[in-house]
Design a protein around this ligand. Structure first.
Ligand SMILES: Nc1nc2c(ncn2[C@@H]2O[C@H](COP(=O)(O)OP(=O)(O)OP(=O)(O)O)[C@@H](O)[C@H]2O)c(=O)[nH]1
Length: 450
């Protein structure tokens, strides 16, 4: 996960502060020195670090912080606020045209994830009820047009292309006429990239910009390249005037410097972040939520949104009913696993839970894709009766299930044990829920259930 090293260090520093009943200016100075080091090690631009630390320190040594009842918490709040500001304060959205189609021009270096992000963005807009058109203007990289066409097919979004013999400016102009004709309210233009910034690339992009006057120019940069990404953003901004940035590959183990420096250095906000290779792995960028993730406070809001987008409301209701009656079967267990899987990698989900980032022990416990596949295979190899009444699964049945699922008897045993524990836990939760409903002390409500 991105930011892991930084998050760990910051949490260590905060733990120290929280542990003190009263903190002095000297404590703050010491903490700021450590924060400065942690940010520099995370590859945040040195000037950005300097300004950031100065701002935090100025606020943190104020009377309202030091004299407060919870000075440690107050310092953390100041860091959170300033970090949110550093990344742009609030979410920045795409500029939409008052008269459609909105034209979004995607620019960036080769391999930054430009073509993939064009597809992901088109998908997001389609989900919001728009009619996007993808436009293939990268005539230099032989496979680029094909790549966009394949993405278009997967997403069921039309792709406009005129092959690689026409001038990109002409293609873009023809695409706009086509979009107007066909009632597309949005077009996303995938332009060519180069390995390095060069004059020919910039001139071509300027030319396209002058001719189609896009409402939004988005630069795609790879978070893994750290400060290089920030330099690239500065150069593109100087020549083209960007509206925003898409930071890709934030699912990798980047130290986080780019995310924290781009806005401060270029003045242009990050609008989306790429969180994986899959086409649904593009998220709107919320500075406050990202700051929470970095500071180990979790990102419960994004987690809830993901859950809402992926969990089937009917199934959730059904599950609640079963929970109440303590009728949780292996079939439900399989359903749960499948729904969890569609929310994305477990490691990413755990990073969004408050305090989870710190729990090193959990890392070892992480369920791999392979485990999930085996669990699915085992449950699928059971008969309906066995799934509903696992207590009938005796030795010979276990052998048959192991054989059928291509696993071992030990794995089948392990799964049945895990299920038994899950069932016990579910029973307890159900009892506590009943307690909560009847107003008994100690009851609590399950998240995601009304
Ligand atoms: N892990 C991860 N991989 C990504 C992400 N975004 C893109 N990629 C991968 O990065 C690689 C390059 O992406 P492309 O979209 O082909 O890059 P491009 O910028 O269009 O490259 P050119 O067309 O050559 O300019 C592909 O393998 C993508 O799957 C992301 O957010 N996370």
């Amino acid at each position: 996960m991105a930011f892991e090293g930084l998050a760990e260090k910051l949490q260590g520093i905060f733990k120290n502060l929280r542990g003190k009943g009263k903190i002095s200016e000297k404590d703050v100075t010491e903490a700021m020195r450590e924060i400065r080091m942690a940010l520099l090690e995370a590859d945040v631009n040195y000037k950005v670090v300097k300004d950031f630390v100065n701002r935090v320190k100025e606020r943190a040594v104020g009377v309202e912080v030091l004299e407060s009842l919870t000075p440690g918490q107050q310092v953390i709040k100041v860091v959170h606020d300033e970090m949110t500001q550093l990344m742009g304060g609030t979410q920045s959205k795409i500029n939409l045209a008052s008269k459609p189609p909105t034209i979004v021009m995607m620019v960036g270096l080769q391999g930054s994830g430009k073509t993939t992000s064009s597809g992901k963005l088109a998908r997001l807009f389609k989900k919001q009820g728009r009619r996007p058109l993808l436009v293939a203007c990268d005539i230099y990289r032989p496979a680029a047009i094909k790549q966009l066409q394949v993405l278009g097919e997967q997403l069921e979004i039309p792709v406009f292309s005129m092959g690689d013999k026409q001038n990109p400016v002409d293609i873009a102009k023809a695409a706009r006429a086509y979009a107007e004709n066909q009632g597309h309210d949005l077009m996303i233009v995938d332009t060519a990239g180069r390995l390095h910034i060069d004059d020919a690339l910039m001139s071509e992009l300027e030319n396209i910009k002058t001719n189609i006057r896009p409402h939004e120019i988005l630069l795609v940069v790879d978070a893994m390249t750290g400060q290089d990404a920030v330099n690239v953003a500065e150069t593109f901004n100087a020549r083209l005037g960007l509206d925003g940035v898409i930071l890709t590959k934030l699912d990798g183990d980047t130290r986080g410097g780019a995310a924290l420096s781009v806005k401060a250095v270029t003045g242009k906000p990050i609008k989306f972040v790429g969180m994986g290779e899959k086409l649904d792995a593009l998220e709107p960028f919320y500075p406050d939520r990202m700051a929470s993730r970095i500071l180990g406070m979790g990102d419960v809001l994004t987690l809830i949104e993901k859950a809402q987008a992926n969990f089937d409301a009917k199934k959730a209701e059904e599950l609640e009913r079963k929970l109440r009656k303590a009728e949780f079967t292996l079939e439900d267990f399989l359903d749960q696993i499948q729904q969890m899987k569609s929310m994305g990698p477990l490691s990413e989900l755990m990073g969004m839970l408050p305090g989870m980032g710190q729990m090193k022990a959990l890392k070892g416990m992480e369920i791999s894709e392979k485990d999930v596949k085996h669990t699915e295979a085992i449950i699928r190899s059971m008969t309906r009766e066995e799934r509903r009444h696992p207590e009938i699964i005796n030795g010979s049945r276990r052998k048959r299930i192991a054989l059928g699922s291509g696993t071992s008897v030990q794995e089948v045993n392990k799964l049945l044990k895990q299920f038994e524990q899950a069932q016990k836990m579910m029973k307890q939760i159900a009892q506590m829920q009943q307690g909560a409903k009847s107003g008994k002390k100690g009851g609590f409500k399950l998240p995601f259930f009304k």
